[in-house]
Design a protein. Sequence first.
Length: 160
Amino acid sequence: DEVLAPTADKAKYANLAMLDLNAESERMGWLPSAPQLGANPLDLTDEAARAGMKPIDYVVGRLKSGALQFSCDDPDNPVNFPRNMFVWRSNILGSSGKGHEYFLKYLLGTQNALFSDERDALMPGEVTVRSAAEGKLDLLTVLDFRMSTTCLYGDIVLPT
């Protein structure tokens, strides 16, 4: 309620969490995300060629039929996890990223100081919710000119 515009229809947004609104923004193309789809784009291109269709027409048709989903609609599906993260001159695991302990638990799967359970929050209504996996990243590469907190957690640290 506190983030709604004064003229917004409060009933329309009554049972939606911020994640629902982010997912809607991603589907509308207003917010960037990666991966965008619940399937590999290279595989989709190959499937389109086999079907004798342009890739864009093939993907739009699959989205409309429900055979293909946006990854933002099921972010906890292992198919949609980020596997590699490249950080360039940002201390995302120290001071730049808000929610440092969540980064440690869910992205890195390392020791953290979270006290609450994820089920304590307002749950989304339009996005599929699963038990969140811990340690989603396979590789964290950091490019920085100083030894920041992010460098301490990096698998590979390169000088800039």
